[in-house]
Design a protein around this ligand. Structure first.
Ligand code: NAD
Ligand code: NAI
Ligand code: ISE
Length: 338
């Protein structure tokens, strides 16, 4: 039976996910959408050549009898409300990152899901589905570089809009590393400090850019992540793991190398949509398949919560300048893998 999806939020990634669920992936169809920008939602469907019910309110999407499962792709501050509504309706929900704007908000989702008694939530952390990150994890778990000691990472966007502020470097951008590095190292964060270098002239008054975030993990691994969202030159994700016996680096996206005009050049992508296009396909196909078979297995509400606990500590560290503790409670047995 085809899974009927309702999508809340038809902006950049909402449109991408509607396109892939309708035209690329198997086993699903989009039957309803909503956006506070109603005309934008209608225009998106027209552009994609699709027909679906358009609702003015996201709760109408959740509660429509036509909708089997929900995708939340609206702005970050709306995620908690719609995810809680989907759980209340007993419907599976794929929620884009962050699951909520605070650990407290994520905890409300975790508690609601446990009370419901069955996993309903998958968080849109797509990097664990990326072939490069998967290959890097295999090198580590196969013991090829020995125990990891240090990680050097960078998360660079060419530019961000004026609405993007200093805290969003953590809650909207670093949140990907907060999830994927836990997964990669099979470890949890212990402390964090945020350091602000000289601000780029390409930023604005409400955004300190770049930032350097320094972690110590429970096992004693040291991690540095550079977040630089006005780096100008491209969309660039770096991750280098220094182990006891060698170094493993996240592969670069494949690109043709050119010798031309006395230069050796390889182009760099400029958009997250292209950098992780395959990972988004794989994560959403996994969600569709898991909902149809009745058991969700992707990034869980607990993973969303764990990332947000670390994010809250990063926000505190941004303001204090001090080394802050990351205190993650033990994981409930409910989230143990079957
Ligand atoms: P966007 O600004 O293009 O889209 C946001 C949409 O939300 C807009 O269409 C806006 O009208 C709508 N919206 C805002 N408030 C609303 C409300 N109250 N009710 C209904 N609709 C509302 O942003 P985007 O780039 O598509 O990002 C959307 C979400 O996806 C964000 O949470 C972002 O963090 C996440 N995202 C994830 C990735 C990823 O790599 N996983 C990439 C991009 C964005
Ligand atoms: P966007 O701003 O392009 O789109 C968001 C859309 O949601 C807008 O159209 C907005 O009108 C709509 N929206 C906001 N509140 C809403 C509400 N209450 N009900 C219905 N619609 C609402 O943003 P973008 O880039 O598409 O990001 C959307 C979400 O996806 C964000 O949470 C973001 O963090 C996440 N995201 C994830 C990415 C990833 O790599 N996993 C990449 C980009 C975004
Ligand atoms: C965006 O929302 C994403 O999730 C992208 O993957 C990230 O690189 C970017 O910084 C965010 O704004």
């Amino acid at each position: 039976m085809t899974l009927k999806l309702g999508v809340i939020g038809t902006g950049a990634i909402g449109q991408e996910h509607i396109r892939r669920c309708s035209k690329v992936l198997q086993g699903a169809t989009v039957v309803a959408v909503s956006d506070i920008n109603l005309e934008g939602a209608k225009a998106a469907l027209t552009r994609l050549g699709l027909q679906a019910e358009v609702y003015a309110n996201g709760h109408d999407v959740v509660n429509s009898p036509e909708v089997d499962a929900v995708l939340v792709t609206s702005w970050d501050p709306t995620h908690e409300e719609y995810t809680l509504a989907a759980i209340a309706a007993g419907k599976p929900v794929f929620c884009e990152k962050p699951l909520a704007l605070s650990a407290e908000g994520c905890r409300r989702i975790v508690d609601a899901e446990i009370k419901f008694g069955k996993r309903l939530v998958q968080v849109g952390f797509m990097r664990p589905y990326d072939t490069g990150y998967r290959a890097l994890k295999k090198v580590i778990t196969d013991g090829e570089i020995g125990e990891p000691l240090m990680l050097h990472c960078a998360h660079r966007n060419p530019t961000v809009p004026e609405s993007y502020t200093t805290d969003m470097a953590i809650t909207n951008t670093l949140i990907h590393e907060l999830d994927v590095l836990r997964w990669l190292t099979n470890d949890d964060y212990k402390t964090v400090q945020v350091v602000f270098p000289r601000v780029t002239s390409k930023s604005h008054a409400r955004l300190k850019d770049p930032q350097i975030v320094l972690f110590e993990t429970q096992k004693g691994i040291r991690i540095d992540v550079e977040i630089f969202v006005n780096c100008a030159y491209g969309y660039d994700i770096q991750c280098e793991v220094v182990g006891e016996e060698g170094i493993a680096k996240l592969p670069e996206p494949s690109a043709v190398q050119m010798r031309k005009s006395a230069q050796l050049a390889t182009s760099i992508l400029t958009d997250w949509k292209d950098r992780f296009i395959d990972a988004y396909d794989v994560e959403l196909q996994a969600f569709i398949n898991d909902v149809r078979s009745g058991n969700l297995s992707g990034p869980s509400a607990w993973d969303g919560y764990a990332a947000s606990v670390a994010a809250d500590a990063c926000l505190k560290a941004q303001n204090s300048g001090a080394i802050e503790q990351v205190e993650l409670p033990p994981r409930p047995a409910f989230y143990d893998k079957a």
